[in-house]
Design a binder for this molecule. Structure first.
Ligand SMILES: [Zn+2]
Length: 240
């Protein structure tokens, strides 16, 4: 099946209704889903965020720069409807100008996507990291004399492709081995998530039940040690 036209994806990202056929395609196509979510990030219309109608009107200056970039013949600045228009009415667009409005949106998106393109995928990822869907958080407290002054914070986000944990701690003592991050059920099961560091850790499906695995544990490990070492920090997850 052919992918969804990029122009359509842009309009969808701006809040245009999605057809049943497109919905079905998006359910199965990672390429289009990724492209849609990146477009949404770029244009700042994230999940649960504002729709087009909530966007503020562009200043004339901004509008002309967008137009100049996108059209050989720049269209006029969309005119505010006089009279009936409330002062807060954003970016008015008369019905007869629907086509011009769509072209303008596509042009705006093209400019924004162009800018994002020059910033690069890394910046886009950073941008995405700044608007995470946090599902749980924890404050870490010391479990060991060596870390009594260390505090940390854990956030777990739903990336749309699974859960991901980020651990921020500063001032951990140096160790001959390494620190590992675990999820603990408070009884007899600990699941290793990976090494403590700045990279986010992907939660395996077996640990995705955060009601059961509700404790985050940071342990000191000897090199090569597979089993849980010495607890250094621990904290209980709260639903975000
Ligand atoms: Zn597709």
């Amino acid at each position: 099946m052919a992918h969804i036209d990029p122009e359509r994806l842009t309009l969808i990202a701006f809040g245009e209704p999605v057809s049943a056929q497109e919905t079905a395609h998006l359910e199965h196509c990672q390429v289009c889903t990724d492209s849609l979510s990146e477009t949404r990030i770029v244009i700042g219309v994230g999940r649960g965020a504002h729709q087009v109608r909530d966007l503020p009107a562009p200043s004339e200056d901004v509008w002309q720069r967008i137009s100049a970039e996108a059209f050989a013949q720049p269209p006029a600045v969309p005119e505010a409807r006089s009279g009936s228009s409330a002062p807060s009415d954003p970016w008015p667009r008369p019905r007869q100008d629907r086509k011009a409005w769509r072209s303008a949106l596509l042009a705006l998106a093209a400019v924004l996507i162009g800018i994002a393109g020059t910033l690069g995928a890394q910046s886009l990822r950073t941008l995405r990291d700044k608007t995470p869907n946090i599902v749980a958080e924890a404050s870490l407290g010391s479990k060991n004399v060596a870390t009594r002054s260390v505090q940390g914070r854990v956030t777990i986000v739903d990336t749309g492709h699974g859960l991901q944990m980020k651990v921020d701690v500063a001032g951990m003592p140096t160790t001959p081995g390494y620190y590992a991050v675990w999820l603990y059920d408070g009884a007899d099961t600990m699941i290793a998530l990976g090494t403590l560091g700045s990279a986010p850790l992907n939660l395996p499906a077996s640990a995705s039940n955060l009601s059961r695995f509700s404790i985050v544990d940071i342990s000191a490990q000897k090199l090569g040690q597979q089993s849980h070492g010495v607890s250094m920090l621990q904290g209980a997850l709260r639903k975000g």
